[in-house]
Design a protein around this ligand. Structure first.
Ligand code: ATP
Length: 583
């Protein structure tokens, strides 16, 4: 994809992105966004924020990128965030074993296979090293953890990790975030930020890198009560690729509406269906070609350890389908894990409509009986009785009915306590609610992959005035700059007038670039290549020194996609351009 690819070539030449630290040979998987790329990325993030945070009424946070080890012990990343690595015995290069398999056989789901099976396939197909061509059969395949490790503070006693996803920064703050949301479900928390994965073989330019930006939404819901506003997206159409079609011999994409896929049970969670609808609209608005876009359901072996159901948004780039985003139903996995590994409660108090009366068993053991002569740790036995009462009140009822003794175990030793020494009672209490662990629905999007796809899908070559023109047909909303302003020539007061217009347009909040060098046609081409949707030219007519005096105070506005030009009065120029930008 990188060698000779016109989009990658243009991206480097015109300042969208380039491999970073090139002066030192560059490091795979790290990119610097240049002036055009940084502006495009910011605009894409702004539209995401507008759609997923502001319009949805969610809260946004900005958590650290380094987090201490216990966070990732709890989240499961320390143990399970691995890829399969195979090292070449000849050149020593490391490769992702599942990618070697997928790239060289017709097997498509090696990622979800057991290591032993991948080893067998490497041997069976006599697969070779992608770098030097040496045979890989017989090479051991290892699990390689993708997290970058560091130390927090001097010494090595406090390990930390660069976050491999932004989500954990939200989950660990859940108790406080729930307070901000006044303990009312559902509530959503978003975050746009860097994530880091020590990918074994970064490739395909921005599509698989080691430092990237994620835009994630964690929506906390009460699974028994909360429902999305599906009606607002039910008419959104998209191509869906469910498991059934992927497994069928002649399986194909089903072009249908969000409402229908939910009704037909193809997408069985209403929240996932809802976010597929929202996301499809967003991807379309930023310039992803909907003829090269689909929603694909995860195959059973592909599901992440926490996910009950998962769909990906995918785009076709250079003949391959790549994952742009994942939409997962994470259940109560994350909050339960953090509750189990920390001293905090990761629950919400759910108020009942009406208070209810419940039976609550209690024990009040006779501590003098459980004292030294009883021969054990009295407090530990009392605790064991207490927790038995909570877990299994019937054990006491049965004891009353049977032999009159209760049996509890403390550190492997069984104690037999007469029921009359236990002080067991059932009380009736009124409860106004209960603590529940919310479930999580997560749309998780990658900004770099979205940006690359938008560049790839908006790139065109056509012919203007007998010359090949390269143009990025970016939607005006995300284009790095909305307007290019040019004086016809750098003399006779034209440049001064043009600069005044630049100031005026910038004051009106438009992103403007000024260019006075070279022939006007060349300046148009330069703006076409970076996707600037409108160019304004100041000429002698503007100054009232041309053939038509009625054109004084007007400029030429030229549209990128049609190359059509029209005269617009300077007095209404910023309004006209703002309206054109906002569609
Ligand atoms: P893949 O299977 O392609 O490695 P993933 O399923 O591990 O991706 P998620 O953990 O679901 O990815 O991350 C959510 C999003 O973050 C992805 O859809 C993608 O857009 C982005 N992302 C993940 N890894 C990378 C990477 N190495 N480079 C660029 N973007 C990435």
């Amino acid at each position: 994809m990188s060698e000779g690819n016109p989009v990658v070539e243009l991206a480097k030449r015109r300042g969208f992105f380039l491999q970073s630290a090139g002066a030192y040979g560059g490091v795979s998987g790290f990119y610097t966004f240049g002036p055009e790329g940084a502006a495009l990325k910011q605009n894409i993030e702004d539209t995401w924020r507008e759609r997923f945070t502001i319009q949805e009424g969610n809260m946004e946070v900005d958590a650290p990128t380094v987090m201490p080890e216990p966070v990732f012990e709890a989240s499961g990343h320390l143990d399970g965030f691995d890829d399969m690595l195979v090292e070449c015995p000849e050149c020593g290069d490391s490769h992702r074993a599942d990618h070697v398999v997928e790239d060289n056989t017709d097997i498509e789901d090696a990622e979800s296979m057991a290591i032993e099976r991948v080893e067998e396939i490497v041997a069976e197909y006599e697969l070779t090293c992608p770098t030097c061509g040496a045979g890989l059969a017989g090479q051991a395949i290892q699990q390689f953890n993708l997290m970058f490790e560091t130390n927090i503070g001097p010494g090595s006693s406090s390990p930390g990790y660069l976050r491999p996803e932004t989500a954990q920064g939200i989950f660990v703050e859940f108790p406080q975030l729930a307070e901000y949301a006044r303990n009312q479900l559902p509530f959503g928390v978003t975050q746009i930020g860097r994530a880091y994965r020590n990918e074994i073989s970064p490739r395909k330019s921005l599509l698989r890198v080691r430092e990237f930006t994620q835009a994630e939404l964690e929506l906390f819901i009460d699974p028994e009560e909360d429902e999305p506003d599906l009606e607002s997206v039910e008419d959104v159409t998209a191509p869906f690729y469910p498991v059934s079609e992927q497994e069928a011999e002649d399986g194909e994409l089903i072009e249908t509406t969000v409402g229908e896929v939910f009704e037909d049970g193809i997408v069985d969670d209403p929240w996932i269906a809802y976010y597929l609808g929202i996301a499809k609209r967003w991807y379309e608005s930023i310039g992803v070609d909907m003829d090269r876009f689909r929603f694909r359901q995860h195959l059973p072996g592909e599901l992440a350890h926490y996910a009950a159901d998962c769909w990906d948004a995918e785009a076709e780039v250079d003949g391959d389908w790549i994952e742009l985003a994942g939409f997962a139903y994470r259940g109560d996995y994350d909050l339960s894990k953090h509750a189990a590994h920390s001293d905090e409660e990761f629950t919400i108090f759910k108020q009942y409509d009406e208070p209810i009366t419940v039976e609550r068993p209690t024990v009040d053991p006779d501590m003098s009986y459980l004292g030294p002569e009883f021969g054990g740790d009295a407090a530990a036995v009392a605790d064991a009785l207490d927790s038995l009462a909570e877990r299994d009140p019937d054990a006491f009822r049965d004891a009353q009915a049977d032999d009159g003794v209760v049996r509890v175990e403390v550190e492997g030793q069984e104690y037999t306590v007469p029921i009359e020494k236990v002080g067991f009672e059932i009380e009736e209490v009124t409860e106004s609610g209960e603590h529940i662990t919310p479930h999580v629905v997560e749309p998780s999007l990658g900004i770099d992959r979205a940006l690359y796809t938008v560049l790839d899908h908006s790139y065109r070559e056509d012919e203007v005035d007998g010359e090949t023109r390269r143009v990025l047909e970016l939607p005006p909303e995300v284009a790095p700059r909305t307007v290019g302003v040019f004086p016809l020539m750098d003399r006779d007061g034209l440049a001064e007038r043009a600069r005044e217009i630049v100031d005026r347009l910038r004051d009106a909040g438009l992103a403007v670039t000024y260019d006075d060098s070279g022939a006007i046609g060349r300046r148009y081409r330069r703006q076409d290549e970076v996707g600037t949707p409108f160019c304004v030219t100041v000429d002698y007519e503007t100054l009232g020194e041309g053939d038509d005096p009625s054109l004084e105070g007007t400029v030429t506005v030229r549209e990128r996609d049609t190359t059509e030009q029209r005269r617009v009065a300077i007095s209404g120029l910023s309004e006209t351009l703002t309206a054109l930008r906002d569609g």
